[in-house]
Design a protein around this ligand. Sequence first.
Ligand SMILES: Cc1cc2nc3c(=O)[nH]c(=O)nc-3n(C[C@H](O)[C@H](O)[C@H](O)COP(=O)(O)OP(=O)(O)OC[C@H]3O[C@@H](n4cnc5c(N)ncnc54)[C@H](O)[C@@H]3O)c2cc1C
Length: 380
Amino acid sequence: MKSIYIDEDLAAIRDQVRRYVEMEIVPNVEMWEEKREVPRAVLEEMGRLGFFGLRIPEEFGGIGQGHVASVTFAEELGRSTSGGFAITILVHTDLASPYVTNFGSAEQKSRWLPRFASGEMITAIGVTEPDAGSDVAAIRTTARRDGDGWRLNGTKMFITNGAIADLVFVAAKTNPDVKGSRGISIFAVEAGAPGFGASRALDKMGWHSSNTAELVLDDVWVPADCLIGEENQGFYYIMGNFQNERLSIMGQALGEAQRALELTLDYVKERRAFGAPLWSMQAIRQRLAMRQAELDAARELTYRAAWLTDEGEDTIREVSEVKALVGELVNAILYDCVQFHGGMGYVAETAVERLYRDVRIHSIGGGATEVMLEEIAKRL
Ligand SMILES: Cc1cc2nc3c(=O)[nH]c(=O)nc-3n(C[C@H](O)[C@H](O)[C@H](O)COP(=O)(O)OP(=O)(O)OC[C@H]3O[C@@H](n4cnc5c(N)ncnc54)[C@H](O)[C@@H]3O)c2cc1C
């Protein structure tokens, strides 16, 4: 479909991602869900095909696109009907690696960005802790100076790609004496650093093919050049990248909801009850029609927020609206999709059953609905 936000180049990328997802991803998602992984070979192939370079500047092996491109890419990944697959990719491309693109030094960019773009290195972002999720400033992981570097101690919780990432961006307190938000820094910690590792993989309601780990930092030493950006600016970097994170995850949610509606439409046109297809029941038809209208409106809101962000506007209110609205809407849509699939919608491993579980996180992760509503309310 035409969009004022998507130019010819981006439309071509979108079509290429859609074909790749249909041919190479959809046939495999059930197997990956069962195995609780997206194979590394798939990540490497996607890197080789250029899918990880959308946001990385050209000089470092990418094509330097903006937030609109991220939403477009995420929507197509969402159409895979596997939230676990989509989030594995998006954490790398949109939630974690932008810490280097946006805040890294010239040396860090040339050291890492080409390898992020090629898929040689996969990244994760470690902010959340057992006692601090929505309240980022309350984290307790510490980093103190030690020789020509820093020593990190703490625990990170719910870290997507945590056990498969080659580099994890870890938020830690570097100044415990000031208000939480003013004393946080971001460090790039390599997998295999002594004292650093996943203590357990977390089993989840959905996103089964996505790795979610609890990470422990036990006296982990990192050299000084692993500090990202400026000391004590980490909280502001996290808040800045939340905009990107929320837009791309909600792009994923839009793709998931759209694909689920399409599958439901196919189903109700085929399935018969009381002598006619379910589609002939006005209650079903009209509910699906309204859901499509809501989804179309939500998509416009999302692209508009992404476009305004690309234009350099302050879009905290707009992005919070997107996160609050789409995060709830996708759940309502999947509820209806399961409902109209009847018993089949409840059977494990039908696409709508999987998506119903997968989308539950969208109103919680990356900024719970209530937290987003507070951000909007502050600006009303
Ligand atoms: C599968 C999965 C993957 C994740 N991946 C990552 C990752 O890669 N990296 C990372 O750092 N984190 C990750 N997270 C963490 C995620 O971002 C947090 O779970 C989320 O921010 C909520 O934090 P919390 O779980 O501590 O909930 P809490 O902060 O304890 O909040 C619980 C609930 O209380 C309500 N609430 C909270 N604050 C307010 C408020 N101010 N007003 C009203 N109500 C409120 C909300 O309903 C919220 O859901 C992941 C989580 C999951 C489940």
